[in-house]
Design a protein around this ligand. Structure first.
Ligand SMILES: Cc1ncc(COP(=O)(O)O)c(C=O)c1O
Length: 421
């Protein structure tokens, strides 16, 4: 860090300020985590210098011997971790991974079907302003209005009516187990391909604490940076028969040179995810989410679908505070050092910039070593802040306690870029 401080104090100062912010707040955003020191070191390595258009053994530039080794190890680890026949580790993000699948198996104008965005789906599953919605013809399925869970009978009915070329299973804001086996049966019956997007739950799937979409889906896409606790980026897993078309869709179809420093960091994260400790970590994420959910329910906060099976939960603010928007609520919590995000809830009457819900998840606080006892305290603080109407004295009091807890549970293995000096 000293090198950077000397060369560019402006940026160095911001990085240090961000590190302090992360250290002093509780990260409850369900899609975020704190990577390990080894992942950060690989990410900050000189592998960023190399152009490596192509794939191991088939590059356009010379000098890629070491890069080939890194990417091959990363591919083999991804295959082993998830039990896949083929892996492409080059997608720069989860959205690129999804787009590459569409490019590999669809023509513009073909039908895709994913989960309704307002019910927890993702932009890249066919939202009208996203390239997936512009290039492909989208229809959606949603959750049952009573249970707020996917009703697989209803999904089947809609798929058989709509006959999409590609069915997408996966979500950004769904706190329940996704029945990939049922999705596989429906896709087979409808004669369509199935893509499972496990961006959120990849770490849970890798650890065996959420059912795997393999072998039910032809394509599985993921990000690395959520429950999987790797660097920002994406991966595509597929059956051997699609390997060539997927690779061609990523490069030269969609991307140029791969980010080999990120690929090295992905490899490090996959190695970490194969360790027995990671299984314990993933189980602890779910135990913490359930503990947080139970404590909030005990304080009369309504949760979408009544609770959680995975790493996230969604508070429906309307029952306790019909006047309060997710935007306001998340702002008050952030002022108290509890970082969440506003989120639409199923059948939300409010617009996405306001919302009636907040989404929270436990991957990052679990990385810090917190457990159910800490989740009880967190639920208490959330309850206090949200019940206080944003009262500054309450926010100040809670933020003091949050800071104390943060000091007790420092972010582990964070080298502050010191190793890179
Ligand atoms: C289900 C799902 N798919 C894809 C993505 C996209 O990932 P990225 O932001 O890396 O493009 C996300 C991100 O939140 C997601 O939740």
């Amino acid at each position: 860090m000293k090198v950077l401080q000397k060369a560019d104090p402006e940026i160095a100062e911001i990085i240090l300020a961000e590190q302090q912010r992360q250290a002093d707040t509780l990260e409850l955003i369900a899609s975020e985590n704190h990577v390990s020191g080894p992942v950060l070191v690989a990410l900050g390595s000189i592998l960023t210098d190399k152009y490596a258009e192509g794939y191991p053994g088939k590059r356009y530039y010379c000098g890629n011997t070491n890069i080939d080794s890194v990417e091959t190890i990363c591919i083999e680890r991804a295959k082993k971790l998830f039990g896949a026949e083929h892996a492409n580790v080059q997608p720069h993000c989860g959205t690129s991974a999804n787009l590459a699948v569409y490019m590999a198996c669809l023509k513009p104008g073909d039908k895709i079907m994913g989960m309704e965005l307002a019910h927890g789906g993702h932009l890249s599953h066919g939202m009208r302003l996203n390239v997936s919605g512009l290039f492909y013809n989208t229809s959606t399925y949603g959750v049952d209005p009573k249970t707020e869970r996917l009703d697989m009978g209803q999904v089947r009915k809609l798929v058989l009516e709509q006959r999409p070329a590609l069915l997408i299973a996966g979500a950004s804001a769904y706190p329940r187990i996704i029945d990939f086996e049922a999705f596989g049966q429906i896709a087979r019956e409808a004669g369509c391909l199935l893509m499972a997007d496990i961006a959120h739950i990849a770490g849970l799937v890798a650890a065996g604490v959420h059912p795997s979409p393999l072998p039910h889906a032809t394509f599985v896409t993921t990000t690395n940076h959520k429950t999987l606790r790797g660097p920002r980026g994406g991966v595509i897993l597929c059956t051997s028969e699609w390997a060539k078309r997927i690779d061609a869709a990523v490069f030269p179809g969609l991307q140029g040179g791969p980010l080999e420093h990120v690929i090295a960091a992905k490899a490090v994260a996959f190695c970490e995810a194969m360790k027995p400790e990671f299984k314990q970590y993933a189980a602890a994420i779910i135990a913490n989410a359930k503990a947080l959910a139970d404590e909030l329910l005990a304080r009369q906060w309504r949760l979408v679908s009544g609770g959680t099976d995975n790493h996230m939960l969604m508070i429906d603010l309307r029952t306790r505070r019909p006047d309060l928007t997710g935007h306001q609520a998340a702002g008050w919590l952030a002022a108290a050092g509890i970082i969440t995000n506003k989120n639409s809830i199923p059948f939300d009457q409010r617009k996405p910039m306001h919302t009636s819900g907040i989404r929270m998840g436990t991957p990052a606080v679990t990385t810090r070593g917190m457990g159910p006892a800490e989740m009880k305290a967190v639920a208490d603080w959330i309850d206090k802040v949200l019940s206080s109407d944003g009262d500054q004295a309450v926010i100040d009091e809670v933020s003091k306690q949050v800071l104390e807890m943060c000091r007790q549970f420092p972010i582990p293995n964070n080298p502050t870029c010191a190793d890179i000096e």
